[in-house]
Design a protein around this ligand. Structure first.
Ligand code: NAD
Ligand code: USQ
Length: 390
């Protein structure tokens, strides 16, 4: 199968590209390196330094014999994206090329608008490029579990739900309520993909994924093959942040009550799930939604797990309590459905409790590098402020 990976330089895009090549697929990467730039903008860096793309591709060839093609460019430029799709004639396009930080989108008007524009127009350009080049191409679009918010009902893994309003029955799109401008950009993407499926018969898998953690996948066997690993208050996700905080001796940054629940999964499991969805496309012209997570955990559960794992490695950890900078429910019901991936054979590998120790150990050699960005760890970006300048 020939697969274009939009966002191939990213945390998920790079390991997925390696996995697909390991499975014998042809991979064409696309990226404009904007995450590298935006992380520098907030004064931070990947905890684990990563080489430039040319070096990554060279290393993949030397270590595993993989041959990867790459196009540098911005997918919000329609002519660029259309040319790549036309030239490469893929079977599948995986779409990761979006701005993915909730806090970044909440910094101020400029960042809110950038997040919306980048994410929504990239997806629209992809829909039109596919329709003009070959409408049979399968789009694997990365959305987020955060599109649903934290509703007081069991979250169905469906595009539509049946409702009765004022005595009349109908079907409406599954209710969503994002918790940041970033999460709303994903909701808008989902609506646009659903509409493209309805009017243009786009074949799409829309993945609702929870926060991912970890440093490793089977193919990351050499220092030059590492994927990026963000940990600052804007770009880092909670589990990865807690592991870095343990190594640097920062009390773990539990926001609010710590009772917020999300569906977490390891990098290895994310890549396994993505491979299954790519290799098992939906019917032609079908819109398929797939919820993607492994464990439902609260922030307090995670803090305890990371503390226990780090202490086993001889690192003393304190759990801190911080005022929640976000506007979110911190005591809520949470029960999302997951049936599509298990039906395709998805079998999670290791749980967070088994992986956290290794994760902490993997970070220790980079302690000096991470310490340079120590002042970017504590929460600063606040949902209630319209201007979050330091
Ligand atoms: P990432 O920022 O590391 O990777 C995204 C890549 O896309 C980056 O390399 C970036 O440079 C590129 N990109 C962004 N806009 C682009 C554009 N206009 N043109 C070309 N390239 C562009 O993020 P990630 O963690 O790998 O996430 C990948 C996708 O998965 C994102 O859509 C994110 O919203 C989603 N997601 C991530 C997580 C997580 O925990 N990491 C969880 C759920 C969903
Ligand atoms: N949190 C803390 N302490 C921290 C960081 C976060 O308590 O130091 C809490 C947050 O308040 C939130 C939860 O942890 O309740 C998750 O926050 P996060 O920063 O790990 O994740 P989030 O902002 O939701 O975004 C991440 C990715 C995003 C993806 C999303 C999946 O950055 O791209 O879409 O996870 S989900 O959370 O399911 O929406």
């Amino acid at each position: 199968m020939k697969v274009i990976v939009l966002g191939a330089d990213g945390y998920l895009g790079w390991p997925l590209s390696l996995r697909l090549m390991a499975k014998g697929h042809e991979v064409v990467g696309v990226d404009n390196f904007v995450t590298r730039k935006n992380v520098r903008e907030v004064g931070s860096d990947s905890a684990i330094p990563i080489p430039e793309m040319a070096e990554r591709i060279k290393a993949a060839k030397e270590v595993h014999g993989f041959k990867m093609k790459f196009h540098e460019g911005d997918i919000t430029d329609y002519d660029f994206l259309h040319k790549v799709v036309k030239e490469e004639k893929p079977d599948t396009v995986v779409h990761f090329a979006e701005t993915r930080s909730a806090p970044y989108s909440m910094i101020n008007a400029k960042h809110a608008s950038y997040t919306m524009t980048n994410n929504i127009s990239g997806t629209l350009n992809l829909i039109y490029s596919i329709m003009e080049v070959n409408p049979l191409i399968h789009v694997v679009k990365m959305g987020t579990m955060g599109e649903y918010g934290t509703p007081n009902f069991d979250i169905p893994e469906t595009a539509f739900v049946d409702v009765e309003i004022n005595g009349k029955k109908d079907r409406i799109t599954t209710p969503k309520f994002g918790g940041s401008w970033y999460h709303w950009s994903k909701v808008h993407d989902t609506n646009n993909i659903l509409f493209a499926n309805k009017v243009l018969k786009l074949t799409a898998t829309d993945i609702m994924q929870g926060p991912v953690y970890g440093t490793r996948t089977t193919e990351i066997t050499d220092e030059r093959l590492h994927t990026r690993f963000d940990f600052d208050e804007v770009w880092g996700t909670v589990v990865n942040r807690f592991c870095v905080e343990s190594v640097l001796g920062v009390p773990l940054t539990v926001y609010g009550s710590g009772e917020q629940i999300r569906g977490y999964l390891s990098l290895e499991d994310s890549i396994q799930a993505l491979s299954l969805l790519i290799e098992n496309p939906p019917e032609r012209g079908e819109y398929r939604v797939a919820n993607q997570f492994v464990e439902l955990l609260s922030i307090n559960n995670i803090a305890e797990t990371v503390k226990k794992a780090a202490e086993k490695e001889g690192i003393k950890v304190n759990i801190g309590k911080y005022e929640n900078p976000r506007v979110e429910a911190d005591r809520h019901y949470y029960k999302p459905e997951i049936k599509v991936l298990p039906k395709l054979g998805f079998r999670p590998t290791l749980k967070m409790a088994d992986l956290a120790g290794q994760l902490v150990k993997d970070l220790v050699p980079y302690k000096k590098h991470m310490a340079k960005f120590h002042d970017r760890i504590l929460p600063y970006t606040n949902w209630r402020r319209t201007e979050n300048t330091r």
